[in-house]
Design a protein. Structure first.
Length: 284
């Protein structure tokens, strides 16, 4: 069983020019990617070919950096409809631009079936704990509280970003320490494990907070045990993800094969490949 807990199926027609250039640079398979994104049936066959049983389709709102608007919620909801046993729709609310973040989140869940909220601080330009100590974004508190009441996991981008206009300083996972303390029933997932600058901070947060998890997408599998030498200890809080078709990602199957080749105990390997995801993002 393999769950790809971080894979991007997005409406590429919304991409800003510079962001699209970053995504498409030196890719020989652009026509196939666009074709897959227009057909859930073709995409499911692609997952079969890559050896993936279930996938978490990550979308978020960032008109300033990527160009994505809140229309991504309808896109991913429609794409996953009827395939909820294999596809998990992830959508977004922009905490700085929304006039009613909590209400927008609830409506996105009700209307589009979103099962995870994705926040991208380096692309949405905010600190995750900016609801505290005069941080200037009190709406975050209402957004987290609503996600917690809905039982909705929140996936945060942690680590750097190479997209034009991104502010990587907002990718420090330590800001999530406040969120985990203040919202102890909120499931928090750190995408990318804080790579490459803050992997130690991410591992600390995993150990400290029972409600904090991480996916290791965007990290070449061969580098995982360099970034997280004690990864096996927290396999039950770690999720495999490919970050396909992000820049530099060679392919889903290749990432799976390289991950399986790591010197990890079989139980830890299986937990990271599917067991943790089955608890955090259960099938329907």
């Amino acid at each position: 069983m393999v769950v790809d807990a971080h894979l991007h199926v997005q409406p590429w027609t919304q991409f800003r020019g510079e962001a699209l250039a970053t995504m498409t640079a030196r890719r020989p398979d652009l026509d196939r990617i666009r074709d897959l994104f227009e057909s859930p049936a073709k995409f499911l066959r692609f997952l079969d070919e890559e050896g993936v049983d279930r996938a978490v389709l990550v979308n978020y709102v960032s008109p300033e950096v990527t160009g994505f608007t809140d229309e991504v919620n309808a896109f991913v909801g429609d794409f996953c409809r009827g395939h909820e046993d294999r596809l998990v729709p992830v959508g977004g609310v922009h905490p700085r631009l929304s006039r009613d973040p909590a209400g927008d989140l609830e409506r996105a869940v009700a209307q589009h079936g979103l099962r995870v909220l994705k926040l991208h601080p380096p692309h949405q330009l905010f600190r995750p704990n900016a609801y505290r100590d005069g941080g200037g974004l009190p709406a975050l508190e209402a957004l987290y509280a609503r996600a917690q009441s809905l039982g909705l996991p929140v996936l945060f981008h942690t680590g750097t970003s190479i997209f034009p206009g991104a502010r990587s300083k907002y990718g420090d996972p330590m800001d999530l320490d406040d969120v985990a303390v203040d919202f102890p029933r909120l499931t928090i997932v750190m995408a990318h494990g804080g790579r490459p600058l803050w992997t130690e901070s991410a591992f600390f947060l995993l150990r400290r907070h029972p409600n904090v998890y991480m996916d290791v997408s965007g990290i070449p599998p061969r580098s995982l045990l360099t970034c997280f030498p004690r990864l096996a200890e927290l396999a039950s809080k770690t999720l495999f993800g490919s970050d396909w078709p992000g820049p530099g990602v060679p392919g889903v199957r290749r990432n799976i094969e390289e991950f399986r080749a790591l010197p990890l105990p079989e139980a830890a390997r299986d937990m990271i490949l599917s067991g943790t995801a089955d608890r955090v993002y259960p099938a329907r």
